[in-house]
Design a protein around this ligand. Sequence first.
Ligand SMILES: Nc1ncnc2c1ncn2[C@@H]1O[C@H](COP(=O)(O)OS(=O)(=O)O)[C@@H](OP(=O)(O)O)[C@H]1O
Length: 286
Amino acid sequence: APRTGPAPSEPSSSVRRPGAPDLPVASGPGRRRFPQALIVGVKKGGTRALLEFLRLHPDVRALGSEPHFFDRCYQRGLAWYRSLMPRTLDGQITMEKTPSYFVTREAPRRIHAMSPDMKLIVVVRNPVTRAISDYAQTLSKTPGLPSFRALAFRHGLGPVDTAWSAVRIGLYAQHLDHWLQYFPLSHFLFVSGERLVSDPAGEVGRVQDFLGLKRVVTDKHFYFNATKGFPCLKKAQGGSRSRCLGKSKGRPHPRVPAAVVRRLQEFYRPFNRKFYQMTGQDFGWG
Ligand SMILES: Nc1ncnc2c1ncn2[C@@H]1O[C@H](COP(=O)(O)OS(=O)(=O)O)[C@@H](OP(=O)(O)O)[C@H]1O
């Protein structure tokens, strides 16, 4: 059964005000709880797709936006964080996703202090493609940005610039090493960003197992949309339209010279190998 955890919670909304008519309280049933599971990363890994797919499950309630509590908004306090959460009934799992948590130094300690038995999901993607995706996003907001190559290497095609966040985020083994100081490996599930595209039902199946949920979300929910080039959600029974993620997901990537891609691929190889060793999973990025 899914753990709802010992998370502190506010009084149930089923409590009626004296004299109030016996109608459901406007705020709705259930109560706001701290998440029991987080999608902590990685940026551009496919975190939005995973969350939207999981939200099809009746026992998952998730915050739509990224709260950035354990990185940017920690000073607002735990009560603020919980107040953002959707209401849940007993047995339902509360979730949120903020991909920057995975690379935030303080995040593991802060999350552990709140819930030492938190379940942590990391969607990982080939770090080279991830870096290009990250760059494509910045470029869409910053026209005139230097080329990918100019940002990825120092002095022309000199050493890789690990200070550039688009490069640094892909050093998964290093980030994970830090998390493992706070949480055992059994608390993590690593989802392949590549397989989330090629076999969404398979990856979401693994996530449902990890969360202790029945496999309700299956291949029946997905179809491959050739125009979008990605899996999308089928029309739900009795109504709503089929649904793909928005334009900011599945952006065209700028062309990066093959030599640049190769050099970055070589740069990441030892870090990837280490990550495969640590997780016991080979993600096939070389
Ligand atoms: N079903 C589906 N539809 C659209 N896009 C999908 C899907 N599954 C995975 N992806 C990949 O998700 C990438 C964006 O990742 P994130 O959602 O983690 O990005 S973000 O960090 O929240 O900005 C996004 O990256 P780009 O292709 O580079 O835009 C997609 O490749």
